[in-house]
Structure formats: C-alpha cells, structure tokens
Design a protein around this ligand. Structure first.
Ligand code: BJW
Ligand code: ZN
Length: 236
C-alpha cells in the first residue's frame, strides 16, 4: 500500500478501470459472484441479443429486478474516494464497465461508461434512445411511440462498445502512467484488455480486488481487500 501511495503521488496521468466489485459494498450483486446469479442464469445467458430475441420478457424481468436494486442503493466509500481522486489530480479518467451510474452519483465527472447505462433504453425499430428511471417499469417489455419494442441500452455480448467512448478509454489507458484495475474479474473483453494496453504503454498497473483475477499475474501490485476500504486508505 505504501509503495502504491508513492506511485500515486508521482503520477501525472492516472486512469482507473472499475467493475461490478466496486459497487458490491453498496449492495449491488456482481455478475459472477455467488449472489450474482439471477434465477441461476449466467450473464452470458441474459446479456445477449439472442437471449433478448428469444425471450424479451425474461431479459426485461432481469433488468427490472436490477433497476429495482439500484433504486435502493447509494454510492459507497470506494466510489467517493475515486471522485475525490479526480478532484486532486490534473489528469484522471474513470473507465467503468458498470451500468449502475453510481460513480456519477458519487460526484465523478470524467466517467467513460464503456458498457452503457442501465437507465438508457433504445428502440429496436427507430433506434431512438431515451432515459427512463422508473422502477419497476409499468410495462414489460416497454414500447416506443413508434410502436417498436425498447431494449435495455447496455452493451451485450457480441456487440461493439460505443465507438467514441471506447476510443477515449483506449487513449486514457495509453497515456496513463498509473492504471488502477478495481473490482473486476477481468474476463470480459475488450475492457479487460485496457490493463494490458496500459502496461504495454509503460504504466504501472495496480489491481484492487478481494481475490486474484485473470490479470493478477504480470501487474505491478495487487492490493487484496474490499475497494470500499482500500480506496479511502489509498488516497488518505
Ligand atoms: C470486489 C468486491 C469488493 C467483489 N471490492 N472487488 C473469447 C475470448 C475473448 C473474448 C471473447 C471470446 N468469446 C467472446 C468474446 C468477446 C466477449 C467476451 O469478452 N467474452 C468473454 C466472457 C469470453 N466480449 C464481447 O462480446 C464484447 N463485445 C465485443 O467483443 O465486440 C466485438 C465486436 C466488434 C465489432 C462489432 C461487433 C462486435 C461486449 C461485452 C459486453 C459485456 N456486457 C455485460 C453486460 C452489460 C450490460 C448490463 O450490465 O446489463 O457487462 S456482461 C457483464 O460482465 C457486464 C460487466 O460490465 C462485465 C464484466 O463484469 P465485472 O464487472 O468484471 O463483474 P464480475 O462479476 O465478473 O467480477 C466482479 C469482481 O469484483 C470479482 O473479481 C470479485 O472478486 C470482485 N469483488 N466484491 C473489490 N468489495
Ligand atoms: Zn421507436
């Protein structure tokens, strides 16, 4: 921890990649943890265009449940520590795989939501996007004024990430001299590849997680523990 604090002090350009683990202490279930499985279904069975085409109501029930959970929770000290870090540093980019919006609620401003937002809905026919924060939604699946079915706005398996946001994320990974990887299993690409991009571009890579992950070997430091505890310690 002491060495990482020093690296943070020396760093001119810091980027962080967060995953579901950063919101776990707020009470948001992770995707691959023991409590992450909704009705025993893996995310690969629900977060795909094929699953939605087969059974839109089932996929919407999953999202309705998650939206309901999110309506009840608050950012935790880990989210607030990252917002504070942005205030202190001249260059800080927060790249998040999370669709929950908790970083924004904690006050982070330079946030790249590479997997979109759970509060955005998109029409399958006219492709118009809208924000809808109602929980539960009054109608499942919800429909657009044009009559088309609305889908959740997040990025599913097999879909491209939003192009401009992804470009910014890659650029942030390339220009960082310190790259933090927090609360992600680092198995979902291309987001997980940002750590390798940062490393190859010369950054120190530090991981914060309660357990080792797919990228823990070959990074500069692994801090084991909950991010809601370790992030406030790191910036203290
Ligand atoms: C704590 C903690 C605490 C707990 N403190 N830590 C084979 C090889 C490589 C890639 C592929 C492949 N086959 C297919 C692919 C591509 C695929 C992929 O990566 N698949 C792998 C699973 C194999 N990727 C894609 O399809 C992506 N698109 C793509 O590649 O497009 C190509 C393309 C180009 C051009 C045209 C068309 C296509 C898209 C991926 C989209 C992922 N979507 C989801 C759903 C988002 C919407 C929603 O939320 O509803 O994103 S799936 C889900 O996984 C979600 C998450 O963002 C993502 C990552 O999960 P995350 O955040 O890491 O969560 P967990 O649960 O896995 O981990 C939590 C971690 O926290 C754990 O490590 C815990 O230990 C830790 N933790 N408590 C700190 N208190
Ligand atoms: Zn429409």
């Amino acid at each position: 921890m002491q060495a990482v604090r020093e690296w943070l002090k020396q760093a001119r350009n810091v980027a962080a990649l967060t995953g579901a683990g950063v919101s776990a202490e707020s009470g948001v279930p992770t995707f691959r943890g023991n409590n992450g499985l909704w009705k025993q279904r893996r995310p690969e069975e629900l977060a795909t265009p094929g699953a939605f085409a087969r059974d839109p109501k089932l996929v919407w029930e999953w999202y309705n449940w998650r939206r309901g959970v999110l309506a009840e929770v608050k950012p935790n000290p880990g989210h607030y520590a990252l917002a504070e870090l942005e205030q202190r540093l001249s260059a800080f980019t927060l790249i998040t795989q999370n669709v929950d919006g908790l970083h924004l609620r904690a006050g982070s401003r330079n946030v790249l939501q590479v997997h979109g937002s759970i509060w955005n809905l998109r029409c399958l026919i006219c492709e118009q996007e809208r924000v809808d924060r109602r929980t539960p939604l009054p109608e499942i699946p919800p429909t657009c004024e044009c009559g088309g079915m609305l889908r959740p706005g997040g990025v599913w398996f097999g879909e491209a990430l939003p192009r401009d946001i992804w470009r910014e994320a890659e650029a942030a990974a390339r220009s960082a001299d310190l790259f933090l990887v927090i609360g992600t299993s680092a198995v979902v690409y291309p987001a997980a590849g940002l750590a390798q991009i940062a490393k190859a571009s010369g950054a120190r890579v530090v991981e914060i997680n309660i357990e080792e992950t797919a990228i823990s070997n070959g990074i500069d430091s692994f801090l084991q523990g909950p991010s809601g505890k370790l992030l406030p310690q790191l910036i203290a």
